[in-house]
Design a protein around this ligand. Structure first.
Ligand SMILES: Cc1cc2nc3c(=O)[nH]c(=O)nc-3n(C[C@H](O)[C@H](O)[C@H](O)COP(=O)(O)OP(=O)(O)OC[C@H]3O[C@@H](n4cnc5c(N)ncnc54)[C@H](O)[C@@H]3O)c2cc1C
Length: 335
């Protein structure tokens, strides 16, 4: 098997993210000689965290300059790690930071990079990755002959490595960094609280029904928002939405302020991976068929017993008023 470099960057608290541990497990499963490469402000704790992973070398690029996600410094660091380790296959978690820096490094080293891989395995004695195309409708198995080959693995596709911590011998690489930009703050579209939680056990999907006129002839957007946020606080679920609901802000209708287009699931939204899903007030084909196709156990609450997509795609459908159900659920969660 070819020599492998597992690449990780530290989180602000100095540890590795769950998605990095998943990529590490995928790298180990290939069985080749493994080198670990870590980039961050301080990496000792990170190296200790994965000390027993079986890597033959632990290479690090450390320093304040590598604390922030920044193309120039990240690319310098990754290039140095690759030149020192000499791998033919490089595996890294598909974080925003690596997605920005790694394709450029692949170009510098005359290699190739594949992003959004959902798995990697040895097929006919060569590494092969799986990747979805056309909005998750077709899955391809890809191999490549040029090396080095950089593969960014999506989270949620492998069980995370969970070996024990220990002591390791670290090789520190000196990387000179030139003048660089500085991140002074982050402006995100989400102005309220963070409702997208990729590692949550449950995805709660809100549909446009939450803002529609109810049996009393009025709509209750504010109440809907309280119920949804109350549920998120109590359950720590992640919040998804149908397109109709997030689009309403553009039409000047009653909107849920906690939602942005980033919450949208479906054909033109995201396809998150959570063990469980609960769709509420949602009828659409795209959210049900594409949006939560990777959700393992699915339930829906809809007033309409004939809602074909909820019936067809959910394991359990509650024919009920979501306002009443979530009110009750929140009361139970509060206890
Ligand atoms: C090219 C294309 C791409 C698209 N991509 C996406 C996409 O990525 N994601 C997406 O979501 N949509 C997408 N759509 C839109 C999609 O087809 C649907 O129009 C949309 O998903 C419908 O949203 P909805 O189910 O929230 O709203 P509606 O269709 O209005 O359904 C509202 C539901 O709420 C129920 N309801 C109302 N009040 C209550 C209550 N008190 N309790 C319980 N239930 C209640 C109603 O019975 C109804 O079933 C796309 C469309 C096109 C053409």
């Amino acid at each position: 098997m070819e020599p492998i470099l597992f690449l990780a960057h530290t989180e602000p608290d100095g540890t590795l993210a769950h998605s990095a541990l998943e990529s590490l497990a995928a790298a180990i499963s290939l069985g080749g000689p493994l080198t670990v490469g870590v980039v961050g402000a301080a990496v000792d704790a990170t190296a200790r965290q994965i000390a027993s992973c079986g890597a033959v070398r632990f290479l690090v690029v450390e320093g304040e300059a590598f604390a922030q996600s920044r193309y120039s410094t990240d690319a310098e660091a990754v290039e140095a790690l690759c030149r020192a380790a000499g791998p033919s296959l490089i595996l890294a978690p598909h974080t925003a930071r690596w997605a920005r820096a790694i394709p450029g490094v692949a170009a510098r080293l005359n290699g190739r990079a594949d992003t959004h891989a959902t798995g990697i395995a040895i097929v006919n004695e060569v590494p092969a990755i799986t990747r979805w195309f056309y909005r998750q409708r077709m899955e391809a198995v890809l191999t490549r002959s040029p090396r080095p080959w950089f593969v960014l693995l999506e989270s949620g596709c492998a069980a995370a490595w969970n070996g024990s911590a220990g002591e390791v011998e670290i090789e520190r690489l000196e990387v000179a960094t030139g003048p660089r930009s500085r991140v002074t703050g982050v402006r995100a579209p989400q102005t309220g609280e963070e409702t997208i939680r990729p590692e949550a056990k449950l995805l709660f999907v809100a549909g446009a029904g939450w803002t529609k006129k109810q049996t009393d002839g009025a709509s209750h957007g504010e109440r809907a928002e309280q119920l949804i946020l109350g549920f998120l606080h109590g359950s720590h679920a992640s919040l998804g939405s149908s397109k109709s609901l997030v689009d309403q802000s553009g039409e000047g209708q009653s909107v849920l302020k906690c939602l942005t287009h980033l919450n949208q699931v479906g054909q033109t939204g995201s396809t998150p991976r959570h063990p469980k899903g609960l769709s509420t007030c949602c009828h659409g084909e795209e959210p049900h068929v594409v949006g939560w196709r990777f959700i393992t156990e699915r339930r829906a609450i809809n007033l309409d017993a004939n809602c074909g997509w909820a019936r067809g795609k959910a394991d359990v459908v509650y024919i009920a008023d979501a306002f009443e159900v979530m009110e009750q659920v929140n009361r139970l969660l509060a206890h």
